[in-house]
Design a protein around this ligand. Sequence first.
Ligand code: ISE
Length: 288
Amino acid sequence: MNVGVVGTGSMGSVHVGLLGAQVPGATVVATADPFAPGADYADGLELIADPAVEAVVIASPPETHEALVLACLDPGKRVLCEKPLADSVEACRRIAAADADGRLTMGFMRRRDSGYADLKRRLDAGEIGAPLAAHMVHRNAASPAWFTAEHVLTDSLVHEADVTRWLLGEEIARVTVHTVGDGLSGPQLVVLETASGRVVGVECFVNAGYGYDIRCEVVGESGTLELPRRPGAVAGFQQWFGEAYRRELQAWVDGEPGPTAFDGYAATAVCAAAVESRRAGRPVDVRM
Ligand code: ISE
């Protein structure tokens, strides 16, 4: 499959590296990035129009996603879109509506992580009975300079929104965010309530200093299941989820079904409710 990659910053360069060296069946035929002198195109729309490009990875900033994704879907090119799907719930809704035949795969790589996949398999096999609640931790060693307290909710929490929907198999109905201080130098605590009344607590802390750390424990009627802990400090998500990114790309190239545009839309709706909850200081219902 001849792939074009739009956006060659921190995430896009990981995709270019993996596609070029560790994903049989894929060839990177073009890149686009207005800030990378070595890119084939400055404008992602020109890359998408290139007849040599059969499928596209979008790893540019979220506010560029809608136009790029729609330009791919129109001529029927397959897309792997990094999270979040777009920068507003409305844009995500438009994308999901335009993708009736499922050409878009969302870059929710955690679903391809062996620890998460095993947890999901054991949960679905009924090992702990019906799930009742979950506890999650999302820590980054340091946040990028452009990150705000709201990016913690739209860019980081989006993973837990997706993982919650995927693991528990139902929608998130209501979100409450507790922030003390600036929301960057300390943790934000988020409570997700599902449609059937399960509760998920998430600590999102993007300047934890000691390293990257992801935790997830699901509490069921007869026990608990937990992601395996990693010994020693891990620098960042590129290291923690490196193998998950590789599997995500291989599955996409092989045409396996993955998270959809609707999944991207639903996760962004949860994040929008979180942003509103943080601003208003009260629980907010998820509107889809
Ligand atoms: C980043 O964009 C990611 O996707 C990482 O997985 C996440 O840990 C980080 O907080 C995000 O900013």
